[in-house]
Write a protein that binds this ligand. Sequence first.
Ligand SMILES: [Zn+2]
Length: 226
Amino acid sequence: MFKRILQLLYPEVCFACSKTLLESEDLLCTRCRLELPRPGLFLPKPNWLSLKFDGWMEYQDAHCFFLFSEGGRVQHLMHQIKYKGAQDLGRFLGIWCGAELNKYNWPQPYELILPIPMHQQRTLERGYNQAHCIAEGISLSTHIPILMGGVERIKNSQTLIHQNRQERFHVLEDVFQVADPSIIQGKHVLIVDDTLTTGATMLALGQKIKTAGARQVSFLALAALQ
Ligand SMILES: [Zn+2]
């Protein structure tokens, strides 16, 4: 009843398309739940996503849940998670993504989930790390534990928009630090991020943890640019 009154006063809207939600809907409207572009988590290799990683390092899987396009609904969705404090939305999408992972591939080969660490200063400014919210959701669905601490972002990376992938990769080489290698040694680590464009950030972290002793590395982006 109270929720109904609140909804009349402040109608809740869909995080992707901004349409007013029905009482039975939560966070996303039914249409967006059905229509948001999802390419499938396990694509036969090589594919457009694996090509972003192939040849740079040895890894097992590269997944993305949503396809991202300029000005599209997925971009709007990711903007809410990243800049508008929609942490619950991040967790919800992570739970959804994790449930899809369970359908595709069970038992999971991944032993630890590593959300891309955010620089301490940026975490203080934003108040949360959106990759961590998504990872929490995936962990809830899959029961794969999240790696807490031990891997840090020691540099606030500069704007990378005008650099090509090789330059980005070079800039990112010393961005991450494995402070405690013992927690990843011998493990298959699934690196999770909110959005993926070139894949340079994920690769930089992947190489870092591989060098520090991770047995295998896989990648999962909630949304990726094709
Ligand atoms: Zn919608």
